[in-house]
Design a protein around this ligand. Structure first.
Ligand SMILES: Nc1ncnc2c1ncn2[C@@H]1O[C@H](COP(=O)(O)OP(=O)(O)O)[C@@H](O)[C@H]1O
Ligand SMILES: O=C(O)C1=C[C@@H](OP(=O)(O)O)[C@@H](O)[C@H](O)C1
Ligand SMILES: [Mg+2]
Length: 186
């Protein structure tokens, strides 16, 4: 299955664990791991906070769309996207059409606990980050669902356990959708 599995794209809110789980999943699958935020930083020569400060969110989103377009065309990678990657219809189309999309769904309490000490997310450097996470969740949850092939709740499950659950889900999904490989097995 692993040889045939297309690229896997992780989507979900800040703190859902896309970067963490993506890295472990890539290792498990023997695939290259790419994080779209890290890719944008390397292409720009500046960090996400600097891009937001100098170019605004709109500038960051333009860079993000270019990155998502390029990275979704790379063969058989594991890609962790940024939490806002699903906002543009164009990005959703690239993700949905070019690989298997996994939505890591974390409740706002979990997002808060996992992001509160980290100052690298510009959207949360405000007096009331909980309210921001709640508002973003209302807007984005339907978009994550729209683009996802697989939805995985995350909260109190250890990253390694998340990865083995995800491997099972990917196997099941692939077995259900790939009739050619099923025929070949029979
Ligand atoms: N399943 C998990 N259980 C406990 N902590 C986690 C889990 N997944 C991620 N984390 C922690 O939460 C924080 C945010 O994770 P990260 O992978 O950066 O999320 P994202 O990329 O979705 O914003 C990190 O400190 C990470 O170690
Ligand atoms: O939700 C968002 O709009 C963002 C999420 C961040 O990535 P993570 O989801 O990996 O934290 C990063 O792309 C940027 O700070 C904007
Ligand atoms: Mg991340």
């Amino acid at each position: 299955m692993v040889q045939e599995l297309p690229s896997v794209f992780l989507v979900g809110p800040m703190g859902a664990g896309k970067t963490t789980i993506g890295k472990l999943l890539a290792k498990q699958l023997g695939r290259t791991f790419v994080d779209s935020d890290w890719y944008i930083e390397s292409q720009t020569g500046a960090d996400i906070a600097w891009i937001f400060a100098k170019e605004g969110e709109a500038g960051f989103r333009e860079r993000e769309t270019r990155a998502i377009d390029e990275l979704t065309q790379a063969p058989q990678i594991v890609l962790a996207t940024g939490g806002g990657a699903v906002l543009a219809a164009e990005n959703r189309e690239f993700l949905r059409q070019r690989g298997i999309v996994v939505y890591l769904n974390a409740p706002v309490d979990v997002q808060m606990a996992r992001t509160s000490k980290d100052k690298s997310r510009p959207l949360l450097q405000q007096p009331n980050p909980r309210k921001i996470l709640q508002d973003l969740y209302s807007i984005r949850d339907p978009l994550y669902r729209q683009v996802a092939h697989i939805i995985m709740p995350t909260g109190h499950t250890y990253p390694r356990h998340m990865v083995s659950q995800l491997m099972q889900q990917l196997n099941a999904f692939f077995d259900c959708t790939d009739t050619t490989s099923k025929d070949n097995k029979e």
